[in-house]
Design a protein around this ligand. Sequence first.
Ligand SMILES: NC(=O)c1ccc[n+]([C@@H]2O[C@H](COP(=O)([O-])OP(=O)(O)OC[C@H]3O[C@@H](n4cnc5c(N)ncnc54)[C@H](OP(=O)(O)O)[C@@H]3O)[C@@H](O)[C@H]2O)c1
Length: 263
Amino acid sequence: MIVFITGGSSGIGRRLVLHYLARGCSVAAVARREANLADLYQSLASDRGLLRTYCADITDKQIIAQTIAKVEQELGAIDLAIINAGVTYQQLEPNLDLECFNEVMLTNAIGSTYTLVPIVETMLKRGRGQIVGISSLAAIGSIPRMSTYCASKAALNYQLEGFYWTLKPHGISVTTICPGFIETEMTVKHQIPRHWCMTLDRAIPQIVKAIEQKQRLYCFPFWQYQFVRLLGIMPDRIKEHIFNHAIEKWFPRPPLSLRSDRA
Ligand SMILES: NC(=O)c1ccc[n+]([C@@H]2O[C@H](COP(=O)([O-])OP(=O)(O)OC[C@H]3O[C@@H](n4cnc5c(N)ncnc54)[C@H](OP(=O)(O)O)[C@@H]3O)[C@@H](O)[C@H]2O)c1
């Protein structure tokens, strides 16, 4: 099986790369940080022959399309494409930082779609394939400090849902995965308290199971999913209390004004 994964240089993506290599799949790992990709390659003992790394930025429409074409040329037809690359931005000031807004939207919503389109094109030609988008529980409802990230992931969810319905009759399945907090570079950088985060060891088997079952939408962990759903139907009075008091207490503001992931 040929597996294509964006954001393979760290966190969830890197662990998914290792999982599929261990299963004997040929894996194409895409990311911008060449050193991290080289480190991933070096860390392998016996599976090196199955891994190909590609240094590419998903926000460059041409580059990502060329990378996908190269993967197909070098490894063969992509059976499973995991659209995982993403960035976040914590809005600590009352107003938005437009540079961060642009980066998050360009990566999570637009870059993911730049990746999806050439993959859908090749899968349509063959009449088979599976696409997985790593979105977020942030897509379910907007929360203060994270509204840009929420908007970008909501856009990705809608895009993936559209593809689910339109591609199903063509033999292509689409799975949207919405995780809550998982301990990775992303949550460490944004100082999300560890007790809110699931470990990668617990999260990866759940993601893999949802992929194997070809679920349309998989949201986890259960209690974080129920909490965001509850927020959606809560009266504004209670919501206001949670947003103004509880969230500030549960997620203390980082001391430095953190910009986006890459700032
Ligand atoms: N951790 C969580 O709590 C959590 C919760 C819900 C959803 N998610 C989602 O899970 C996905 C993976 O995040 P993570 O937690 O594993 O964080 P991470 O360790 O920061 O990984 C993000 C990955 O995305 C890649 N990436 C970012 N921008 C890119 C670009 N323009 N082009 C190519 N690759 C790019 C990064 O690689 P380079 O920097 O090397 O390019 C990195 O490999 C993201 O979409 C995130 O939104 C995470």
